[in-house]
Ligand binder design. Structure first.
Ligand SMILES: C[S@@+](CC[C@H](N)C(=O)[O-])C[C@H]1O[C@@H](n2cnc3c(N)ncnc32)[C@H](O)[C@@H]1O
Length: 210
């Protein structure tokens, strides 16, 4: 499996993604936004931004927030861009760019806050992705990652199913495995939580600093 498989998979479903995943997206991204408490002055990066729903949520509170979304799927980004293009005067500081998590096209220390929602389990090289987040984060910046959590029974089941039937799926992590990866990358975990919703979805979220 490599990033090309993920890209093709998301290019295929880009036009139906928001509708199919409406309830999941709303619940996870609202949770993440509330959990993070984003300063209006913060320069934000969203890694694996998909169709720009997190950007929509943030810009609803603060239309002038500086936020950049990156994704490896051109079609997902096209959906994202179309949400803001007609109102670019209302949202002057939202940008979308094609990029893989392991190779972020930004200078060192560019962002105050980095988010990644429901994307980490796709990353082919999570260690390289974390190194890139560290590189582009400002020294006093924060990283928030929300992803599926294999501590939950249904997540283990979904992980197994997707490993067999969906070549785009990489792997889910338990919270302990996830934290081990983060601390090995020299991130300091500030806060962490696990939660589930709609019976099947088991999630974990973390806030980290350098
Ligand atoms: C389940 S969607 C989540 C999208 C969005 N964050 C949300 O919560 O609605 C996962 C996204 O991660 C992107 N993705 C997967 N692997 C990636 C990588 N290595 N680099 C950048 N984006 C990636 C996919 O293209 C897809 O748009």
């Amino acid at each position: 499996m490599d990033d090309n498989v993920v890209r093709q998979e998301y290019d295929k479903i880009a036009n139906i993604y928001d509708q199919r995943w409406n309830s999941y997206i709303t619940k996870t991204l609202t949770y993440l936004k509330n959990w993070a408490n984003i300063s209006p002055q913060a320069t934000v990066l969203d890694v694996g931004c998909g169709t720009g729903e997190f950007e929509s949520l943030i810009l609803r509170d603060n239309a002038k927030q500086h936020i950049t979304g990156v994704d490896i799927s051109e079609q997902m980004l096209l959906v994202a861009k179309n949400k803001f293009q007609a109102n670019s005067n209302l949202y002057p500081n939202v940008y979308f760019q094609i990029a893989g998590a392991s190779s972020l096209p930004f200078a060192n220390h560019s962002f105050d806050i980095i988010f990644s929602a429901s994307a980490f389990h796709f990353f082919d090289d999570p260690v390289a992705a974390l190194a890139e987040m560290k590189r582009v984060l400002k020294p006093d910046g924060k990283v928030f990652i929300l992803d599926w959590c294999k501590d939950y029974f249904f997540c283990r089941l979904i992980d197994l199913y997707l490993k067999i039937f969906n070549s785009a799926h990489k792997r889910c992590y338990t919270q302990a495995e996830f934290h081990e990866l983060l601390t090995s990358a020299n991130f300091n975990i500030q806060r962490a939580a696990k939660f589930n919703f709609d019976v099947i979805w088991g999630m974990m979220v973390v806030e980290m600093k350098l």
